[in-house]
Design a protein around this ligand. Structure first.
Ligand code: NAD
Length: 411
């Protein structure tokens, strides 16, 4: 019997959207009974039907038998209000990405749940401490950041807030293990490990569209390196409209030059795979991304309207800028103690972002290049393109000693 007061025998999930569905299955698959709450009864009904269908598909594939599927489905109980969940040990919230909404829900949960219950948010980037602060139990609040589709993707970022108790992190790691996840503990900052690095990588990809590249060229270069998907194919899968709507809602970032191609695609209803068109074209019922010359014309128009002098951008430059952006941000994440090791950053990229396994992850790749070489290349980019490329302190320090990310010990 564990010494900790925290044990996850019963859980609840709030939100029956894309992520809630996958998270509920992760818990049910791990043998944890789940109370599922969404304030939209119709959404909940659709979500239960979708989960039942996913299990039926798994049975058809021969991966589990019908009896096992029935047991897993029976672990899930749905409700439209919170009182149904007052006895659970853990709640995972997966509602819209909005701080005020999440705070309202955490306040309500805090007043309702037993004192030892743990409260987790599946937020992609929001401040875990700001969410914890509205509760009377900040030591029992953390991020459990699943990746989509949550029942398939291996990665789980466990986000520790400033006050999250070690015993709570331990129980989260144990739960991750029960769910068959690769768990990585991340500190609290915008985007945690994975999405914070992704933002810098995507920024380079978007800048190159304006400077002279086309989406298919950027994706081809990165896929040629071994990424499962280039950034524009990835956004077609995720939905280009998610970022567009989030910027609109927050009233920030919509005027940045780098998002104008996304904005224009969304204004045309080209949201990605789900609408049959995005950065690519998709035939009805197909997930095959097809090159679309209309998108190239749109990219050309947007960059000309913004006054860019387009130039040829080859695969070497695409790789150099996207990979070095990842490495430099990864180094900052390590030097700030947001990640506990370079290996953890690599695990995030290998299991959550399709980084080629044979390259070992962005930090291992940088170590293979040699950090003195990485520093020289960053300095060259800084001289050409400015301050943004200034090498992280950790890179300069390691380069001077012939050191490697792999040997960095984070206190
Ligand atoms: P979604 O829009 O698919 O679903 C959100 C659900 O929350 C809806 O069913 C809605 O009815 C429900 N909801 C809203 N307010 C509620 C309330 N007060 N009480 C109960 N239910 C409520 O959203 P999603 O894509 O599943 O994202 C959920 C969270 O997960 C967000 O914080 C998002 O940033 C994060 N996330 C999303 C992804 C992704 O790829 N979609 C990946 C990782 C993390």
């Amino acid at each position: 019997m564990s010494q900790t007061p925290f044990q996850i025998q019963r859980a609840a999930v709030i939100g029956a959207g894309t992520m809630g569905r996958g998270i509920v299955m992760c818990l049910a698959n791990a043998g944890v009974p789940v109370q599922w709450v969404d304030n939209n009864a119709q959404m909940l009904e659709q979500a239960l039907a979708a989960v039942t269908e996913t299990y039926a598909h798994t049975v058809r594939q021969g991966r589990i038998d019908q009896a096992e599927a029935d047991v897993r489905i029976a672990r899930v109980t749905a409700a439209v209000d919170y009182p149904a969940i007052s006895e659970v040990d853990l709640v995972i919230e997966a509602v819209y990405e909005n701080l005020e909404l999440k705070q309202k829900i955490f306040r309500e949960l805090d007043s309702l749940l037993k004192p030892e219950a743990i409260l987790a948010s599946n937020t992609s980037a929001l401040d875990i401490d700001a969410i914890a602060a509205v509760t009377g139990r900040p030591q029992q609040v953390l991020g459990l950041h699943f990746f989509s589709p949550a029942h398939i993707m291996k990665l789980l970022e466990i986000v520790r807030g400033a006050q999250t108790a070690p015993a709570v992190l331990k129980v989260a790691k144990e739960l991750g293990q029960r769910m068959g996840k690769v768990s990585v503990v991340a500190g609290n900052c915008h985007g945690f490990i994975g999405n914070r690095m992704l933002n810098t990588y995507v920024l380079e990809a978007r800048k190159m569209l304006l400077e002279g590249a086309y989406p298919y060229q950027v994706d081809a270069a990165l896929q040629g390196f071994g990424f499962a998907m280039g950034p524009f194919r990835m956004y077609d899968v995720v939905g280009i409209d998610l970022g567009w709507r989030a910027r609109e809602l927050a009233g920030v970032g919509q005027d940045e030059a780098e998002v104008q191609v996304d904005n224009r695609l969304c204004e045309l209803g080209r949201f990605g795979q789900k609408s049959g068109n995005g950065y690519y074209h998709y035939e009805a019922g197909s997930r095959q991304a097809e090159h679309d010359v209309e998108v190239d014309a749109l990219v050309l128009r947007v960059s000309e309207e913004l006054g860019y002098q387009r130039r040829e951008i080859g695969p070497e430059e695409i790789l150099e800028r996207c990979l070095l952006a990842l490495v430099n941000e990864g180094a900052k994440i390590l030097q700030e103690g947001i990640a506990e090791s370079a290996h953890d950053i690599d695990l995030v990229y290998l299991n959550g972002y399709g980084f080629p396994a044979d390259k070992g992850g962005p930090m291992a790749w940088a170590d293979q290049q040699g950090l003195a070489d990485i520093q020289t290349r960053l300095l060259r980019l800084e001289a050409e393109q400015g301050e943004l490329w200034k090498p992280a302190r950790l890179i300069s320090a390691l380069a001077a000693q012939g050191g490697r990310f792999a040997n960095v010990q984070v206190a």
